[in-house]
Design a protein. Structure first.
Length: 314
């Protein structure tokens, strides 16, 4: 199955930006519609949105705009899931969202599993038809949600399942890298890195020793990304390093927006009651980690100088 891929250009940037803007706008629109209409009305409006987006996707494909078609297919998948959820809710089969808030994997909810599996199937069908590699991310992500919800009950067990899923997905991604479908492997690596890292962060995000372990894991991510020649692992490693830096820098400085931006929102920052005596230490920590990033980059570039011209490395 040949993938559709656009070279980087102003046009490709704008079409991707437009696709994501439509996706978020449709999600917000359907959210507003669900609040303003009854169950039956919400089914109608979600069906209408699904029909319009699907028509645009197939029309774009028919006219030869394959990237645009795939980017219309992305919100179409979301609209389909919302439509199916609206139908299930209309019949009274779907538990309310607030019943699963903050404990999404707890308990066994058959119709939620049906909805999650439908997301996997819808995304896979869209991928088969429109061949946009970005849809691989939706397939892999929704599969993680379904598998974790099916065989775990929340908390640490869900984190273990998440890490296991990420490791299995890594093996699948490596197999894709070795074949003709390497372009699809990119998003498999992204989801693999996110699930493994997310599971580790669940267990290790409290004390100093936990964050040191996360820093070590980030170094392993960089090594793995260099070995597999997949930059997504380095990106995730950098995010991990920034979180580690934020944890330690918060002990000495009032970081303001830096702490909010770099630290995962669902973990939050540590509450240090003592006064800040070294306000300069926080910004200095980020400057040091920036130098570390550059140093690692130069080291990796030197190792690959015999394969790729230096001018193309940095």
């Amino acid at each position: 199955m040949n993938a559709i891929r656009a070279p980087w250009s102003s046009a490709s940037f704008l079409v991707y930006l437009g696709g994501f803007t439509i996706l978020f706008a449709i999600i917000e629109l359907l959210s507003i519609t669900s609040d303003e209409h009854g169950a039956g009305g919400f089914v109608f409006w979600s069906a209408l949105v699904l029909a319009v987006l699907s028509a645009l996707a197939f029309l774009s494909k028919r006219t030869g705009h394959f990237i645009t078609a795939g980017l219309f297919a992305l919100p179409s998948v979301a609209a389909f899931v919302v439509f199916l959820g609206a139908v299930l809710d209309w019949f009274g089969w779907l538990p309310h969202l607030e019943d699963r808030e903050d404990r999404i994997f707890e308990g066994f909810h058959f119709w939620w599993l049906v909805l999650e599996l439908s997301t996997v199937v819808a995304a896979a069908v869209a991928l088969r038809i429109f061949r946009l590699p970005l849809l691989v991310f939706v397939v892999a992500g929704s599969t993680w949600l379904f598998v974790t919800d099916l065989i775990s009950g929340g908390g640490g067990w869900s984190a273990i399942v998440t890490i296991a899923y990420g490791l299995v997905l890594l093996a699948v991604a490596v197999s894709f890298d070795a074949g003709a479908s390497r372009i699809y492997g990119f998003w498999l690596h992204v989801v693999s890195g996110l699930t493994i890292g997310g599971g580790l962060l669940w267990f290790f995000h409290d004390g100093d020793f936990d964050w040191i372990l996360i820093a070590i894991a980030a170094l392993l991510y960089i090594a793995l990304g260099d070995r597999l020649m997949r930059s997504s692992w380095a990106v995730l490693a950098a995010w991990g390093f920034l979180q580690v830096t934020t944890h330690f820098a918060e002990k000495w400085s009032d970081l303001g927006f830096l702490a909010y931006f770099f630290l995962f929102p669902f973990f939050g920052g540590d509450d240090y009651s003592e006064s800040y005596e070294h306000m300069w230490a926080g910004p200095l920590a980020y400057a040091v980690v920036g130098l570390v990033f550059i140093g690692i980059a130069l080291f990796l570039a030197r190792r690959r100088r015999d394969v790729i011209p230096a001018a193309e490395l940095l």
